[in-house]
Design a protein around this ligand. Structure first.
Ligand code: ATP
Ligand code: MG
Length: 448
């Protein structure tokens, strides 16, 4: 039950308030002097103070009340203080409210209004205490993680990222496949690194393959290796990434882009560790921990017949989902500061624009924006105009759009297997406007 402390030398007021509060199930202690009040504050748990402004019969100045208020407010800044003041003498109370008093009430008071004010303040206090304890718990958890594990310089302040890192470090030691999902540039590879460095095979090879970046016809040779003469152009034998990763970890990025043929072979290696190099009938065996990543919705790909369901369940024994940066706004400013040179500062308008931007390219986009602005800045001040973030536009599909640069166009095309409609949709453009931009950057010939 919340405890209210009344500091007032008038017994009549104390009696009246005690009766009133008991009707509302509020408990009140009474101190007749400021000294007694301070002792009670020190010895008991008090949630709210109601204090008179005058304690000697001959003074009406409110000076005593002001001294008492300052003493309590300095010592217990989180405890709300309500001032009791005579009608017509409210100037001092108004001044103290400006200095941090929660409210003032004039005598005689309105019972309902007083009880409402009190209950609101008590609820607010409870909420504040809960928030404090959640924040403290969060920061304790983050410190513990950073102390016990190598977090690969991952910057975060959001609850979502804390949970991701907690899972990543917890499962790092287990030899189970992990699937990391999340949009472009959100930090999937970063999480894969955290898993690898904290795993029992951290000293063994860590091989990364970006399936989305490899031409389909070279993929299998790349993954499983190739014997000399296996096909035109394969003059030398080459070991594949599975063999290279033997005993260690293989990171399969953009797994959603693996064609069905490759999926069957991958399923077999995961189940048995066995595979053959292209052009060879000799079966080889490896032990590899697989971490895969995708920005595609694999469940949807399964429904469309583009991804094998059995492989999906093999790959995602554990799934770590990274939410877009716009859904973990707590990370934006810490990341911006991290990407900025040490002696640079962010201006307030820049902070505001960073927080308001929707970050369709997530952390990578933020990194690019900060690095570009830092290069352009001669005075070591990153202001909104240097960041050059466009005002947020809400596209019809509810995602906001920024003007894509050449790099972003090439990457988005590759991610969408060069499908123009999908690429345009992801960038929030019409097909025509996408074509215009491809022409402008001369991307069409080299990349389609
Ligand atoms: N929390 C973070 N702290 C520090 N750097 C980060 C964080 N998240 C991402 N980065 C950096 O942002 C860039 C993009 O991250 P990463 O490559 O891990 O994203 P991704 O999800 O794999 O992207 P893509 O979908 O394009 O493959 C990298 O340079 C990475 O180091
Ligand atoms: Mg990646």
């Amino acid at each position: 039950m919340s405890q209210i402390l009344l500091i007032d030398d008038n017994q009549g007021i104390a009696k009246a308030l005690k009766v009133l509060f008991s009707l509302y199930n509020l408990s009140m202690q009474h101190a007749e002097t400021p000294e007694q009040g301070l002792v009670l504050l020190e010895t008991t748990e008090i949630d709210l103070v109601i204090q008179d402004m005058n304690f000697s019969d001959d003074t009406t100045s409110g000076e005593e009340g002001k001294i008492l208020f300052n003493q309590i407010h300095n010592q217990y800044p989180d405890t709300p203080i309500i001032l009791l003041t005579a009608w017509g003498k409210i100037e001092m109370a108004v001044e103290l409210v400006k200095q941090g008093a929660a409210d003032y009430i004039t005598k005689p008071w309105d019972d309902i209004k007083l009880v409402n004010t009190l209950t609101n303040l008590l609820e607010l206090g409870q909420l504040r205490r809960q928030t404090h304890s959640i924040l403290k718990h969060k920061s304790d958890q983050a410190k513990k993680l950073a102390k016990n594990f190598d977090l690969c310089d991952t910057i975060f302040d959001s609850e979502a990222m804390l949970q991701n890192l907690t899972i990543a470090t917890q499962i790092a030691h287990a030899d189970i496949p992990v699937l990391i999902t999340g949009p472009n540039g959100s930090g999937k590879e970063k999480i894969a690194e955290v898993i690898q460095v904290n795993s029992s095979v951290c000293k063994q090879p860590f091989i990364k393959v970006n399936i989305g970046a490899l031409p389909v016809d070279l993929l299998e040779a790349e993954l499983f290796g190739v014997e000399a003469g296996a096909f035109t152009g394969a003059q030398k034998k080459r070991i594949g990434r599975f063999e290279a990763a033997d005993g260690g970890t293989l990171f399969l990025d953009e797994i959603g882009n693996l064609p069905l043929n490759g999926q069957i072979k991958l399923l077999r290696v995961i189940q048995t560790g066995e595979f053959e190099r292209l052009g060879s009938s000799k079966t080889r065996k490896v032990t590899v921990r697989i971490i895969s990543a995708t920005n595609a919705d694999l469940k949807e790909e399964i429904e469309k017949g583009n991804f094998r369901e059995d492989l999906y369940y093999r790959l995602n024994v554990i799934e770590i989902n990274i939410v877009p940066l716009c859904d973990r706004k707590d990370d934006i400013l810490p990341l911006a500061l991290h990407f900025m040179p040490d002696d640079f500062v962010l201006t307030r308008d820049a902070e505001r624009d960073l927080m308001n931007h929707s970050w369709p390219g997530n952390v990578r986009e933020l990194q690019n924006v900060i690095q570009r602005a830092s290069l352009l800045s001669n005075d070591k001040k990153l202001s909104a105009d240097k960041l050059g973030l466009l005002p947020v536009k809400i596209a019809s599909n509810n995602s906001s759009r920024i003007e894509p640069d050449k790099q972003m166009l090439i990457e988005t095309l590759a991610k969408n297997k060069h499908n123009i409609s999908q690429t345009a949709k992801q960038l929030g453009l019409s097909r025509q406007s996408l074509y215009r931009r491809l022409d402008k950057y001369d991307i069409a010939k080299g990349h389609l």
